[in-house]
Design a protein around this ligand. Structure first.
Ligand code: 9MR
Length: 722
């Protein structure tokens, strides 16, 4: 076990200094992906490994009163340890003992689990004390995620290209003149040439968001980031809570224009994506240029308005074209009520992009094109075809897009994790959730089942770990934090589709990981937590290299642990790290500590979900399921349903799925029908009325083989029971 220091009362800076991770690397001129001088010293390397000063790992922001509340303790003790939850005054408010989890592969640590979910009090300054060690202080509050929702979404305003960043909106430290609006020394983005041999004309491609710590603008990555922001609005709208993302909810200049701010923000990028489409009459008309960025990697730091590099358009690609088709089709659907002309322009662009992609189905961006900007290469665009077809189908209902959806292998494959290079699941989410999609009902049901199966897979991955992360130990790749958040999005979607509490729990526990319950006792979000990242790789928020520049603003999300050690600082400081510990809060570590629009979009989506779903909806029924008698290949059971709601239920239908191969042969006091694993049991007439608090019981006899597990979830008249 690492040395234990009491962290109680330590101010944030002092806590960071303890780890040595706040040491300025000084003098870094590294450009992303370009060889950088190795600046790590023996001192920082030693300090970087000594981060386990706080063995009690909590969500440093806090917990929802009506949510899961678990912590992880690093301890090699083989017997349970006593824990105490203390309020701000230091008085104990709850206590219990840990569960020994043991070795955790991803972190390489020996772990115990604390579950203080039964405590539902609220307040600030709680600490968890285990075995003489004190956690960072945290809140328990229903408003926990409100600030993060706003900050993680306002991040995008501050990444905007082509507009001055206003001190009144962003704070004076973050104000800056517009970058890349054709004003010297900028050589872009209003009149940009192509790379040699790519085109012989120039294009105005101003606007959009800078991708990350660099100032490139990439259609591929812009696509997923835009989709996630707009989808967060679609999701909130379906649940009737879009007011939280409505007009004047974010720090954006368009506040007060009558349009939801999240859509104003996404439109900044959509307008840029539309400008990246090859104009009519030109070769490859309708396709989208893959990217625009500096001819050479820009130094770190470089303020956007002072970048003097030539900007260049890179060859159109099928992937970029399909990113445009997908997001523009989504735009046409979502913006129609606010700006019909814009929605029509989006739909026209989406259709033209789709047609151009069909005509140029395999124009790939080369992996070698990574001078001055990232390559965003992708050798398989079948998933982008599926995503674009799905968005076009959801928007238009037309058979050409339905045929493209139903004939794609991605339509029936198990749901895979999504990221900028793998976008099929974005299409699946749209088809499974958007209202009135013109697909056979069976297809939609099947897609929903595939999404919930994937969510169950993530839950089982979490259950096997000391830190409950929805990625496996070998999943810590470049941008792992967004892999984690994207998988949590699938959990959240499964929650919307089924109402089953376990999915909400999983999505919220993922937030715990990102905000401090992890191998490094670190919050990966600037401004959120006692030990939060603040030196992310960024050319303007480069305080670590130049004290006159700011740290990243609150709500900036670090890429996270990357076991492949893909930059000089990581290579120097992280040798031998366990996968989930391969991270360093140093501006030079672009492979573990960059910010990026696609990553912040997944955090923003999840924060909006967590803020909205602060309370679990009260179930209005509960079910007791009891096997009365079993004899190897048959059993009888009694099911009792109680109306825990406040109004009478007149006529009930109970639904469940058998986890095994159980098959009902007869039932009494109810009529049971079974199709595959799913069972529907209808009241027998005389027992159909259930007053509040009343119960009804029925029984059945069934066959089975092997195990005979109980169903996990019941529904009463379609709604979930507790
Ligand atoms: O997010 C990208 C990651 O999946 C790749 O492995 C990595 C290397 O190609 O590039 C990441 O994207 C970067 C992009 O190429 C340039 N802007 C910064 C992005 C985040 O690091």
């Amino acid at each position: 076990m690492p040395p234990v220091l009491s962290g109680r009362g330590l101010p944030r800076r002092a806590a960071a200094a303890l780890t040595g991770l706040a040491l300025a690397a000084g003098g870094l001129t590294a450009a992303a992906f370009a060889p950088a001088p190795a600046t790590a010293t023996a001192a920082t390397a030693t300090a970087a490994t000594a981060v386990a000063d706080f063995p009690v790992r909590v969500n440093q922001l806090g917990y929802l009163p009506d949510g899961p509340k678990r912590a992880t303790v690093v301890s090699s003790a083989t017997a349970p340890l006593a824990w105490q939850l203390r309020g701000a005054s230091g008085a104990q408010v709850a206590s219990g003992t840990t569960t020994v989890h043991g070795a955790d592969r991803a972190s390489g640590q020996s772990t115990h689990l604390v579950d203080f979910g039964a405590y539902t009090g609220t307040g600030t300054g709680f600490t968890l004390v285990v075995d003489g060690s004190v956690s960072h202080p945290f809140d328990i509050s229903a408003a926990l995620y409100d600030g993060l929702r706003g900050d993680s979404m306002s991040f995008f305003y501050q990444q905007r290209s082509g507009i001055g960043i206003d001190a009144a909106l962003a704070g004076s430290a973050y104000a800056r003149p517009a970058g890349h609006l054709g004003v010297a020394p900028n050589k872009g983005d209003t009149d940009v040439p192509c790379q040699a041999g790519v085109c012989d004309y120039r294009l105005d491609v101003h606007g959009g968001w800078y991708d990350a710590g660099d100032q490139g603008k990439y259609v591929v990555n812009g696509g997923i980031a835009t989709w996630e922001l707009v989808n967060s609005f679609e999701r909130a709208h379906r649940s009737g809570n879009d007011a939280a993302l409505g007009d004047s909810t974010l720090r954006v200049p368009e506040r007060g224009n009558g349009v939801p701010d999240v859509l104003d923000e996404a439109r900044w990028e959509l307008d840029f994506l539309l400008r990246m489409q090859v104009p009519d009459g030109r070769p490859k008309a309708g396709m989208a240029f893959h990217k625009i960025h500096d001819a050479q990697w820009t130094g770190l730091p470089t303020r956007p308005e002072l970048d003097d590099q030539q900007r260049e358009l890179h060859q159109p690609s099928t992937a970029a074209t399909l990113n445009l088709a997908a997001t523009a089709a989504q735009c046409a659907r979502v913006y129609a009520p606010y700006d019909a002309a814009f929605a029509a322009r989006c739909l026209d662009a989406a259709r033209r992009a789709w047609t151009a992609a069909l005509a140029n189905p395999n124009v790939l961006a080369p992996a070698t094109d990574n001078t001055g900007g990232g390559a965003y290469e992708d050798s398989d665009v079948s998933d982008e075809f599926y995503w674009a077809a799905a968005e076009l189908l959801a928007t238009t209902g037309e058979s050409q897009y339905r045929d493209a959806v139903t004939s794609s292998p991605h339509h029936s494959k198990p749901v895979d994790a999504f990221w900028w290079g793998g976008t099929a699941t974005l299409g699946r989410i749209t088809l499974a959730t958007a209202p009135g999609v013109a697909l056979p009902a069976d297809d939609v049901t099947r897609l929903r089942g595939l999404l919930t199966s994937a969510a169950d897979g993530y839950l089982s991955t979490m259950a096997g770990q000391g830190y409950a992360v929805p990625i496996p130990a070998d999943g810590y790749v470049w941008g792992s934090n967004s892999s984690v958040a994207n998988n949590a999005m699938v959990l959240a979607v499964a929650y919307e589709l089924t109402g089953a509490a376990r999915y909400r729990t999983g999505a919220l526990e993922t937030m715990d990981y990102l905000l401090g319950r992890n191998a490094l006792d670190r919050s990966y979000v600037t401004g959120y937590g006692e030990r939060a990242s603040e030196n992310q790789h960024h050319r303007f928020w480069a305080h670590q290299n130049d004290a006159s520049l700011p740290h990243p603003p609150a709500g900036s999300f670090a890429g996270g642990p990357d076991a492949a050690l893909e930059d000089p600082v990581a290579k120097a400081q992280l040798v031998g790290c366990a996968p989930a510990a391969c991270y360093v809060d140093d501006i030079g570590s672009y492979s573990t500590n960059e910010v990026a629009i696609n990553w912040n979009a997944s955090l923003a989506w999840l924060a909006a979900f967590a803020a909205e779903r602060r309370s679990a909806p009260a179930a209005s029924c509960s079910v007791a399921y009891k096997v009365d008698n079993a004899w190897g290949n048959g059993f009888t059971a009694t099911v009792t349903v109680q109306n825990t709601g406040t109004s009478t239920v007149s006529g009930w239908t109970l639904g469940w799925s058998f986890p095994g191969d159980q098959r009902i042969s007869t039932a009494w006091n109810a009529t049971a029908t079974q199709s595959g694993a799913s069972v529907t049991a209808r009241d027998a007439g005389w027992n159909g009325a259930l007053a509040p608090g009343a119960r009804a019981s029925f029984g059945f006899q069934a066959t089975y083989s092997g195990a005979n597990p109980a169903p996990a979830r019941f529904t009463l008249n379609g709604a979930n029971c507790a």
